[in-house]
Design a binder for this molecule. Structure first.
Ligand code: ACM
Length: 262
């Protein structure tokens, strides 16, 4: 079994110090969880005035007080932590999701599908769609708007992902239509952790949620409260890929009939 904590909170745009302290406080309430999922761009907020604003706030993964706090908490609380992070590398910016393991390693996924003005700020993710080991299970990461591209979910499922952590800064409820469908057709668990509050007039929609391989919503947070949503799952259920007694979600595909995709 795996206990998952989703930390829904309202980052303050540009206030790195406040965001670090608030996440550290909420992590105490998630101390018993095996895996914690924190929203997209949790250290910085989202709605930057432009690229130079984001560049001022960004840092490399090993050079940030925020990532140091998460690394130390992961070790101390003996848990995996996934968090959105505003990452710079040389002069490039990435909208990144980090995975901290209790043993000290830090893994990365960089958002591939950039939403609206993100295209003026970030480089497209360049690390592909990796899948990582979490307590003997396999986990992938996607970030917010990535969810509208069905190929990425399928690729993760084909790589054996049992669960997907999905740090988000959603502004609509469309994910409630798409994410449970992706859980159903890939038979995986998905943890969409959203933020609340507003950045420069842009409001975020809250309602972080967890979905099981049947596509059922097994946990949901409120629209606007900061909260730690706890769910306990048996990830082994994601290894049963049978839709009916004769239909396997992956093996019943016909890739030769899908050539037009490429
Ligand atoms: C989004 O990708 N943050 C909507």
């Amino acid at each position: 079994m795996l206990q998952v904590a989703q930390i829904q909170f309202a980052p303050r745009l540009g206030d790195l110090d406040y965001n670090l302290k608030r996440v550290a406080e909420l992590l105490k309430q998630a101390a018993a969880a095996d895996l914690v999922v924190i929203p997209e761009l949790a250290n910085s907020g989202y709605n930057f005035t432009g690229r130079s604003h984001a560049l001022e706030l960004a840092s490399g993964v090993g050079k940030s007080d925020f990532t140091e706090m998460l690394r130390e908490t992961s070790r101390r609380q003996n848990q995996y932590i996934v968090s959105g992070f505003l990452e710079s590398e040389d002069e490039e910016l990435f909208n990144t999701s980090l995975l901290f393991s209790p043993g000290g390693s830090i893994e990365k996924y960089r958002k591939i599908h950039l939403f609206l003005n993100e295209k003026d700020i970030f480089s497209k993710g360049n690390l592909g769609l990796p899948v990582f080991e979490v307590n003997g299970f396999k986990m992938g990461m996607l970030i917010c708007f990535d969810y509208l591209f069905p190929e990425v979910w399928r690729i993760m499922a084909l790589k054996g992902a049992d669960l997907i952590a999905h740090p988000s800064n959603l502004v609509t409820y469309k994910a409630f239509k798409v994410v449970p469908a992706q859980a159903t057709i890939n038979r995986i668990f998905i943890f969409t952790t959203n933020r609340t509050g507003a950045d420069r007039g842009l409001s975020f929609s809250g309602r972080s949620f967890a979905v099981d391989p049947e596509g059922e919503i097994i946990g949901e947070a409120s629209v606007s409260d900061e909260e730690v949503l706890l769910t306990t799952i048996d990830p082994v259920l994601a290894r049963n890929k049978m839709l009916t007694e004769r239909n396997h979600v992956l093996n019943d595909r016909f890739p030769e009939d899908y050539r037009e995709l490429l």
